[in-house]
Each structure stands twice: as C-alpha cells, then as structure tokens.
Design a protein. Structure first.
Length: 473
C-alpha cells in the first residue's frame, strides 16, 4: 500500500511539474524580432558572396602588416586571457560531466571507546572497545530526470560562448592592429607632405628675400613667406610625436615593448591600397560569421539551460548510496568472513514545499533568459547597422578621395600661376600665401581621406565577422 502511494505522488508530480528547458531549443530564427534584409543596399564595390574565411588583411598586400598581426595573435594579452577563459569553461564542463559517475570514498582508521556502566538501571562495569576499520563508501545520483544532463548542456553552451568570445577578441585585435598601422602610415604620409612643402616654401622664401634685397618687393612679402615656412615647420614636432605614440600603441597591441618596433616602423612607407572589391556576403550569414552574434546565441542557450535546471528542481532526486567495509579488534581478523559489513540504500528525495523558493528561482531564470534574448536581438541589429555604416562610409570616402584629387590638381595650378604672376609683379604675394596654405591643407585632407577609406574598409571586414570560424578554434 505504501509503495502504491509513493508511485501515485511520483506520477502526479511528473505530470504537474513544468517541463525542462532544452538549451538547444533556441535557434537564431526563433528569437529574432525582425527578419534580416535579403541583401545589402549597396552593390557597388561589393559582391553577394560569402567572405573569405582566410586572412582578410592579406588583401592589403603589406608584409609589415602581416607580420604585425601574426605577432599580435601570438603575444597579445587579451588573446591569451581569452584562451585561458576557454580552458576554464572546458574544465567546468568536465567537472559537471563527472556527475554522471558515482563517487567513492575510502576510509580507514582505529577506534577506541569506553562506554559508561551507569547508564542502565543496574550499575555495571564500564566497557572498553577498540577496533580497526577499513571501508569504501559510494554515492551515485542516477540522472533519470535529466538534472545533470541539463547542467552539462548549459556548461557546454557557456564553453562555446567563450570560444566565440575568443574569436571576437581575435577579430577585434586584428582590426585594431590594422587600423593603428594605417594611422601610423597616415601620420608618416602627412610628415612627408609637410617636408615637401617646407622645401618648396623655402625656395619661395629665398625668392622673396632676393627680391627684397633688389628692391622689388617690401619686407611684408618676406615676413609673409616666413610665416608660411615657419608654420609648416611647426607641424613637424607634433607629427613626429603622433608617429611615436602610434608605434607605442602598436607595441601594446602586439604585447611587445616599443624599442622592438621602432627600428621596423620608423622608416616611412606608403599607405596600402584602398581599392578593394569586398565580398559582403548574404546578411543572414552574419548569424553564423559574427563571433559576437554566435557568443550571444550560446549565452542565450546557456540561460535557457539555467531555466531548465530551475524547472528540474521540481522533480525528485534518486540517489544510490552504498558502503562495504570490515571491522575487527585485531588486524589479523579484519579480512575474515564475519568481519565484513555492507549497506545499500537507494534514496528517492522530493521537496514538497520550500516556501515557493523554486518558483522564484524559476521566474528569475526566465527573466535572465529574456534578457539574453533581448541581447541577442540587439547584437544582430547592431551587426547589421555596423555593416551598413561601414559600406556607406567606404563608398562615400572613395568619392571624397576622387574629388580631393581634382582639388589638389587645381591647387597646384593655382600655386604655379600665383608665383608666376607675383614674379611678373602682376599679383600680390598674399595670393601665393593663400595658394601655398590651400595646397598643404588639401594634400593633408587627401592623406586623411585615404586613411579613412582604409580604416572604414577594416571596419567593414570586422563588421562582417573578420573571417573567423569558432568551430576551427
């Protein structure tokens, strides 16, 4: 009769308890609030193919950049910490999976005790007992209700999230190295522009000084030429300082000290080519390529598993406990047949009432899962925005570069004409000054635009996922 009652309550509880949440229940398309566009708005300079999974930075054809990124991958401390977080998550998963197996404890010792003889109604002599003991205890939670399996699914999702985080850190690192390297070459290009203008302005300064000595112009022309010459020279210290600090920033990204990079990077080199046809890929492929989206998905799966664990708490726990051992007054008698002892105790434990604590825990887990769901949707929307912005910026910068080239061409002509007219006393020297300053400003603007085109291209590669596949890590 008692067994029937237990069976009745067990079946009733299984029917009434909430079903367990599976960490694999959440697929990307099930949690997206809005559908992704079928293709990107911009088709010029972009193709609707899967981006290459290989080294995207090699498209710049710059061996120095290749070597810098390789060094960063091997030495950067953020990468090293992300790799160690993968190991921590992996060992945590192994620890949870160990729950599938029984636990054995070995114990042994010697006991001596004296029992009082005055505990009974008649006074007797006190008794003394001493004996040796040796035994093994076993405890095993039989996972018939899937509690351990659900925990393992959650831990596996967390482990995969750390792998995706590693890919995200790697993508960010490679992008930051490329952007910083481009910034370095941009400062060096501006330094070359300044040095070229200083040489040109020095010639014009000498010309005005010679004309002043010959009485062909006033001292005002000389002072104006000197102002232009010295103001351009004044930009050199700041440009050199910017080059120095950018090399320091690269050294930090590479996990090296600046002295090791100064020799390699101090020599001026041209900016990499900024004309590329980018394989932007189908927008839906972002769900599989972007490490941060993959990480958000696994975090969502982990939170779903936590909700499943909270629901499992409504179910009973079946534990098998057992022990075997031997006890004897003398060591020589410990392994005789009558000295052995054993016990086996299957235990079904079931919490009937806990002040609704499990309900509150389940509600908290559900709220946490909804937070992760919102985070996943936000991550996807952010990814689409970043790709679209990078495409727009890249195309706009290319147009800006072409216009600046035309402006510079006209600025050069304006400078040549103003100098010729000044020599012929047909124009004031202020026109030469304006033409000099305009050409310098426009050339710096072109260098900045070329750097912006490259950095927006890097940002686009990063927004598209950077070519990393966490299944290969």
């Amino acid at each position: 009769m008692r067994i029937k009652s237990i069976s009745f309550y067990l079946i009733t509880g299984l029917l009434l308890a909430p079903s367990a949440m599976n960490a694999d229940d959440f697929k990307p398309l099930r949690v997206l609030n809005d559908s992704l566009p079928e293709q990107w708005t911009y088709n010029e300079n972009f193709s609707q193919e899967l981006p290459s999974d290989d080294r995207w930075w090699s498209y710049f054809e710059d061996p120095v950049l290749d070597s810098l990124i390789t060094a960063g991958e091997n030495n950067n401390y953020n990468i090293l910490m992300a790799a160690r977080r993968i190991e921590v998550a992996r060992q945590s998963l192994n620890s949870i999976r160990a729950g599938y197996f029984p636990t054995f404890n070995l114990s042994g010792g010697w006991t001596k005790s004296r029992n009082s003889g005055a505990l009974g109604s008649v006074m007797t002599r006190a008794s003394t007992v001493d004996y040796f003991s040796l035994g093994i205890d076993m405890s095993w939670e039989i996972d018939i209700f899937g509690r351990i399996a659900t925990k393992a699914k959650g831990a596996k999702a967390s482990y995969n999230a750390t792998r995706a985080e590693y890919a995200a850190v790697m993508t960010s690192l490679c992008s930051n190295i490329a952007k910083t390297y481009i910034t370095l070459r941009m400062w060096q290009a501006e330094l070359l522009v300044a040095q070229e203008h200083i040489a040109s302005q020095e010639k014009i300064l000498k010309m005005t000084e010679a004309r002043h000595e010959a009485g062909l112009c006033s001292m005002l022309d000389v002072t104006q030429a000197r102002i232009v010459f010295y103001s351009t020279q004044a930009t050199l210290p700041q440009l050199k300082s910017s080059i120095h600090t950018t090399i320091n920033a690269l050294a930090l990204l590479l996990g090296e000290y600046p002295e090791a990079l100064n020799e390699r990077l101090s020599a001026t080199a041209p900016l990499p080519s900024y004309h590329h046809i980018v394989t932007a890929g189908i927008p839906m492929e972002l769900l599989r390529r972007r490490p941060d989206i993959v990480e958000a998905e696994y975090q969502l799966a982990a939170s779903a598993a936590q909700l499943g664990i909270a629901k499992k708490e409504f179910l009973p726990t079946l534990t098998l406990n057992g022990s075997i051992g031997t006890s004897a007054h003398r060591i020589g008698d410990m392994f005789k047949n009558d000295s052995f002892t054993y016990a086996i105790a299957p235990t079904l434990s079931w919490t009937i009432f806990d002040g609704l604590a499990r309900n509150y825990n389940m509600a908290s887990a559900r709220a946490s899962m909804e937070i992760e769901m919102d985070n996943y949707n936000l991550t996807v929307m952010t990814a689409v925005e970043e790709v679209d912005n990078a495409m727009s910026t890249y195309l706009a910068t290319l147009d800006n570069i072409e216009m600046l080239k035309k402006v510079i061409e006209q600025s050069r002509k304006s400078l040549e004409l103003s100098v010729d007219l000044y020599k012929s006393d047909l124009s004031a020297f202020s026109n030469v000054v304006d033409a000099q300053m305009s050409l310098l400003e426009n050339q710096n603007s072109l260098v900045a635009a070329q750097g912006k085109a490259l950095t927006s291209l890097v940002a686009l590669y990063q927004a598209l996922g950077g070519g990393w596949d966490i299944t290969q890590l």
